[in-house]
Each structure stands twice: as structure tokens, then as C-alpha cells.
Design a protein around this ligand. Structure first.
Ligand code: UFG
Length: 342
């Protein structure tokens, strides 16, 4: 058996892809998930891809009694990747307390257990949302952070500060925060992918559902931004590439004793793509037309953001590999599979 890693939120979108990549290089993965935004059959799909069934425990991380019992049971865990969190920007505006409680208290419970049960390593899911609309592009890790645009974004910004402060006074703990840009796409097997509940908020699931005939029309939120074609620009990162960044981060925590004990990295491609470019690339990759119309700007959207990935490339030794074309094709293959489209 390989070294044991706990993945919270391991049946979720990014979590499940990361479990598969960890297993592929020999890690023994244990998942905690409360199934609040995912389903238990993801564990079957993970097993189908990797041939290995990860241990799986269902509970909410706010339950510190269960979390302690978990660490009593799994005493060989050496590192944690903490994905489990609420992530809907709009919902967080409506339910700030639920977001602050869930995202912050679960992290604090994990940090308590890391000290108590001597688990020294943590990879934390952060977000480029901590940069807001940056004054300069691309954003480096040292680009000043801005006030968060939403309670969700604020939970990520506050979590980073909690981690920094805890690491300062806890010499046994090392943390890497990964600031994700916009994760999209699905596993090439089309067995796991993003499954939004209800009407998707995010662009790519909305595109694939429109192409599948589930949604009538994609609304493109604004074409009058200060960008080459007027639509917003983002850095869309393939979810498998993103998953691999976690494996690299775990290996760095486990094997590189010279690294700073609190580090944070941008995880993006380094290239921005506009909403209209994404739609066009999707159409080219799949041969399927997307019915869309331009509508008013979406409140709270930032105009453009993309990563400077120099530090991730050089220090972490990680680089995004998959093209936008192939990533959008993978998203379509996943949508087709779950909708039984030939
Ligand atoms: N968009 C549309 N139509 C849609 C959905 C999205 O035009 O139906 C546009 C948005 O206006 C934006 C782009 O597509 O320009 C990407 O939007 P997403 O909702 O997919 O992603 P965001 O960049 O808004 O949000 C993402 C993550 C959040 C995170 C945020 C940080 O989903 O978790 O990045 O910037 F907080």
C-alpha cells in the first residue's frame, strides 16, 4: 500500500479527478464527503477508472466528533487535500452565514485534527477569486489581493489567512494553497465530470447543456467589456491538469523539506480566453452549434483575469498540458454520456 492521503470532498468535481490521479501514482486514498453536492456512485466510477476502490466515509466536517473518530480509525494518513466546501457565488450572497460556517469551521476542525493526530501536510483549494479584478495582468502570486466580491470568495481569502497564521505558530504543519482559475472539462473516460444541480451557473456546463438540448439558449453576459471581442476573459484550466497539480503539491509536501511551510500557487494555463472564444472553440471541437444570445452584464463579474504560471511551472514543476479544444471536447463527451446522447 502507498502512502495514505485524505481527500475531503473526494466525490466532488475536482476531488474525484484528483483521487484518480493520486491512485495512478500509488497513493492510498481515503475520501470524506457528505454527499451534499455529489453522489456515492462516483466512488464506483473512480474504481472503474483506477481499478482501486478508495476508502469512503460519509459525514460533514462540521461534526468534529466524527472527524476525531475518523482520525482515530485512519492513523496512517500523512497528508490531506481539503476540497470540501460550498462554492456557489450567488448562493453565498443569499446565505453568507452558511458559507462562512461551512467553509471556515470545517477548515478549522481539520487544522485542530492535524495537530492532535500528527498529520503534517495540507493542500488547500483556494481560488483566483482572491485577486478580484487585478490592476495588472497576468496575475502573479504576489499581485495584491482585493476585497472579495462575494462571501464565497471571502471564505477563500480568510482561509488563506487562517492557514498562514496557523502555520506560523505550528512548526509541524506545512500547507500549500492552490489558487484555481476556471476548472473545466472531464476525465477522458467520461466516467466522472462536473454535475451541477439545477440550472448551471458556470459557463461550460451551460454550453454543454445547451448543446445537449437541455437548455434552449446560452446567455452571454455582456459584449461591451474592454476585451478584444467585448466578452469577459478567463483562464480555463483542464480539470485533469488541475488534479495533477495536487499530486505535485502532495509530493512536494511529503518530499521537499526545504520548501517554505506555507506556499501558494496559481493554477491556470497562463492564457486567457473570452466567452465568445470558448463558444467558438466548443463548436469547432464538437461540430455542434451552440444557440446563444448576448444579454446584459452579470453583476459582480470581473472583466478579465488570467494567471502568470511562472512560479507554478518553475517551483512546483507543474504545467497545464491540455488544450482548450481538447478540454471542451472532454466536457461534451461527458455531457453526452450522462444524457445518453450518441
Ligand atoms: N458566463 C456567461 N453565461 C453563462 C455563464 C457564464 O456568459 O451562462 C460568462 C461569465 O459572465 C464569465 C464567464 O462566462 O465571464 C465565466 O463564468 P463562470 O460562472 O463559469 O466562472 P466565473 O469566472 O464567474 O467564476 C469562477 C468560479 C468561482 C470563482 C470565480 C473567481 O466558478 O467559483 O471564478 O473569479 F469564485
Amino acid at each position: 500500500m502507498g502512502r495514505q492521503v485524505l481527500v475531503t470532498g473526494g466525490t466532488g468535481y475536482i476531488g474525484s479527478h484528483t483521487v484518480v490521479e493520486l491512485q495512478a501514482v500509488g497513493f492510498d486514498v481515503v475520501i470524506i464527503d457528505d454527499l451534499s453536492n455529489s453522489s456515492a456512485d462516483v466512488v464506483d466510477k473512480i474504481e472503474k477508472i483506477s481499478g482501486i476502490r478508495p476508502a469512503f466515509e460519509v459525514f460533514n466536517l462540521l461534526d468534529s466528533v466524527k472527524l476525531e473518530a475518523f482520525f482515530e480509525k485512519y492513523s496512517k494518513i500523512e497528508a490531506i487535500i481539503h476540497f470540501a466546501a460550498f462554492k456557489a457565488v450567488g448562493e453565498s450572497v443569499a446565505k453568507p452565514l452558511a458559507y462562512y460556517r461551512n467553509n471556515l469551521v470545517s477548515l478549522m476542525n481539520i487544522l485542530d485534527c492535524m495537530s492532535k493526530y500528527k498529520v503534517p501536510n495540507l493542500v488547500f483549494s483556494s481560488s483566483c477569486t482572491v485577486y478580484g479584478q487585478p490592476d495588472q495582468l497576468p496575475v502573479t502570486e504576489n499581485t495584491p489581493k482585493k476585497d472579495a466580491e462575494s462571501p464565497y470568495g471571502n471564505t477563500k481569502a480568510i482561509s488563506e489567512e487562517v492557514l498562514r497564521d496557523v502555520v506560523k505558530v505550528t512548526p509541524d504543519i506545512k500547507v500549500i494553497a492552490l489558487r484555481y482559475f476556471n476548472p473545466i472539462g472531464a476525465h477522458p473516460s467520461a466516467l466522472i465530470g462536473e454535475l451541477p444541480s439545477g440550472i448551471p451557473n458556470n459557463l461550460v456546463p451551460f454550453i454543454t447543456q445547451t448543446a445537449a438540448g437541455i437548455r434552449k439558449q446560452l446567455s452571454i453576459f455582456g459584449d461591451d467589456y474592454n476585451t478584444p471581442d467585448g466578452s469577459c476573459v478567463r483562464d480555463y484550466i483542464n480539470v485533469v491538469d488541475l488534479a495533477k497539480a495536487h499530486v505535485v503539491a502532495i509530493n512536494r509536501l511529503l518530499n521537499n523539506s526545504n520548501a517554505d511551510r506555507y506556499e501558494f500557487f496559481n493554477v491556470g494555463t497562463g492564457t486567457g480566453a473570452s466567452v465568445l472564444e470558448v463558444v467558438k472553440t466548443f463548436e469547432e471541437a464538437t461540430g455542434v452549434k451552440v444557440n446563444y444570445k448576448i444579454v446584459a452584464r452579470r453583476p459582480g463579474d470581473i472583466e478579465k483575469i488570467y494567471a502568470d504560471t511562472t512560479i507554478a511551472n518553475t517551483v512546483l514543476g507543474w504545467k497545464a498540458e491540455t488544450s482548450l479544444h481538447d478540454t471542451l471536447l472532454s466536457a461534451w463527451n461527458w455531457e453526452k454520456k450522462i444524457r445518453n446522447i450518441e
